[in-house]
Design a protein around this ligand. Structure first.
Ligand SMILES: Cc1cc2nc3c(=O)[nH]c(=O)nc-3n(C[C@H](O)[C@H](O)[C@H](O)COP(=O)(O)O)c2cc1C
Length: 220
């Protein structure tokens, strides 16, 4: 079982959000999983320029650190995404990563994986950020198992304990292939919506169409 944690704070080892990502990874490790941590802000990841090349070829035109991270994301069984609250949302670095994964929505590339979100805020907004991250994970096909977060005017220890438990929940969900019936409806809706879109564009989005056929979700 492979779990990848990604921290979207630019504060490196000083990051409070990092403490929560690490606590989740500790939780998955006691369950026997292999855990890896990526510091997103140390990577060079360019903006998506909406050229649509990934829809056609499955590869991005930018030559930067994205593909190596994306390969790790796609090879993982579980994901932990962490971001501090920046003006009520995720950091620009986390949003840039999400945008670059645009074909993950079209092809539901996180299908079969599980994920969770952590966030810290100066005063408020960590729930909104973890809800946003989990919504994106589900939109890309994953099941979201929960979240943990804190405001910096509260002690971080409680959130760290919650994050540790979240890691155990993540590992258990993967091991038992736990189903989340309330998220199943979203997966069905996304597959219906993007199935139509990929079918409509199949002459141009050859890579995505071939992927859908391989998955048995569309017929040739
Ligand atoms: C550019 C910027 C924007 C921020 N926006 C918010 C905000 O909207 N709400 C909030 O409560 N805290 C905000 N903060 C504070 C951070 O969310 C908070 O310090 C967080 O714990 C930092 O996490 P980190 O240590 O992992 O980087 C902001 C900080 C920065 C640098």
């Amino acid at each position: 079982m492979k779990i990848l944690g990604i921290n979207g704070s630019p504060r490196g080892s000083q990051s409070q959000t990092l403490r929560l990502v690490e606590a989740v990874l500790k939780g998955v490790k006691v369950s026997g999983a292999e855990a890896e941590l990526a510091d997103l802000c140390k990577l060079r990841i360019e903006y998506c320029n909406a050229c649509g090349t990934c829809y056609k070829t499955g590869r991005c035109i930018h030559e930067d650190d994205f593909q190596e991270l994306y390969d790790k994301i796609l090879a993982s069984d579980g994901l932990v995404l962490g971001s501090p609250v920046y003006f009520g949302s995720v950091t620009a670095q986390m949003k840039t990563l999400i945008d670059r994964m645009s074909d993950s929505i079209h092809c539901q590339l996180l299908h079969g994986k599980y994920g969770c979100a952590v966030s810290t805020a100066g005063s408020q907004g960590h729930e909104e950020v973890t809800e946003y991250i989990n919504r994106i994970l589900v939109a890309m096909g994953a099941d979201a198992v929960g979240s943990a977060g804190a405001n910096m005017n509260e002690p971080l220890d409680v959130a760290e304990m919650e994050a540790f438990q979240l890691g155990r929940t993540l590992a258990e969900a993967i091991e038992t292939r736990r189903s989340y019936p309330e998220q199943e409806g979203v997966h069905e809706m996304m597959r219906a919506r993007f199935g139509k879109l990929v079918e409509m564009n199949k002459e141009e989005w050859t890579h995505e169409f071939a992927y859908w056929v391989t998955m048995g979700w569309l017929e040739e």
